[in-house]
Design a binder for this molecule. Structure first.
Ligand SMILES: C[S@@+](CC[C@H](N)C(=O)[O-])C[C@H]1O[C@@H](n2cnc3c(N)ncnc32)[C@H](O)[C@@H]1O
Length: 255
């Protein structure tokens, strides 16, 4: 555990807190701060974003966001530049987006202002970590950060110290009937351990349907569903090598 010092020059979107954090959290913050400017700029990155967006939008019945007369709310956790917000944005009326990396948050907000999707255009990501064991800043404990219709993590779960704990933390933020949607890589054994250049930011290289079901049901979520993407995702984090991964959607709802 390493102490983080107070930042004397907070950005407007940055929530001030004194916190402790893990080595993996530090590695993720550093890596994604450095990587944010080019996160979704190269052809292979745009292709993956398109594949994930299309797959989510083709599977809205499977995801099954609850319908009611209130505004429909999304928590986009580990939001990055906003892939999940843009994919689910047409299905919701308001979005709260959070990420560990201030540079990812900045990039999310730069892209959001010119979005054609009203819920995304209104959304402003903030820097935050719901997975810490430190006391959370009051901003993250208010009503606008609870009772979500859908909470989603896109390609973030494999970066977290404790994926099961992360699922529990997001489940706490759902309203009854609200859906947790996880988008990540399928565990493919040795194949998933091919080098990408970001190994030091990763806790697990993928998840099986069984472990995902156990983690979601273990936190009181029901109606588990799992779908594997038919088209593989080609990652080219290193110039000389591309790594092909299989993506999945997992969903379950709070009862
Ligand atoms: C591979 S990117 C995915 C971004 C985006 N969700 C997407 O689908 O493109 C992983 C993101 O997880 C964020 N992250 C890593 N650990 C985190 C944590 N403990 N809390 C919040 N965000 C975290 C990183 O900063 C990064 O933006």
């Amino acid at each position: 555990m390493q102490p983080l010092s107070r930042n004397p020059h907070p950005r407007p979107h940055q929530i001030m807190t004194t916190s402790t954090t893990t080595d993996l959290t530090v590695a993720n913050r550093t890596f994604f701060n450095d990587y944010a400017a080019e996160y979704d700029t190269k052809p292979w990155q745009k292709q993956i974003t398109l594949q994930i967006t299309n797959y989510i939008q083709q599977n809205l019945d499977f995801i099954s966001i609850p319908k009611h007369s209130d505004p429909t709310t999304l928590l986009d956790y580990a939001c990055g530049t906003g892939t999940i917000s843009r994919a689910l944005g047409p299905s919701v009326t308001s979005i709260q987006a959070l990420d560990l990396s201030s540079k990812m948050v900045e990039r999310f907000n730069e892209l959001a202002v010119s979005s054609e999707i009203p819920s995304v255009r209104k959304a402003r990501a903030i820097e935050g970590n719901l997975l810490t064991d430190d006391e959370l800043p009051v901003e993250l404990n208010g009503p606008e950060f609870h009772d979500f219709d859908v909470a989603a993590i896109g390609a973030g779960l494999h970066h977290f110290d404790d994926p099961a704990k992360a699922i529990g933390r997001l489940a706490e933020r759902l309203r009854v009937g609200g859906v947790l949607l996880l988008v990540d890589f399928v565990d493919e054994g040795e194949h998933g351990r091919l080098p990408t250049g970001a190994e030091h930011t990763v806790r697990k290289h993928g998840f099986s349907e069984k472990e995902m079901k156990e983690m979601m049901e273990g936190h009181g979520l029901a109606g588990f569903g799992w779908k594997e993407m038919p088209e593989r995702l080609e990652l080219k984090l290193r110039e000389d090598e591309s790594v092909s991964r299989k993506g999945f959607l997992a969903r379950a709802e709070k009862v």
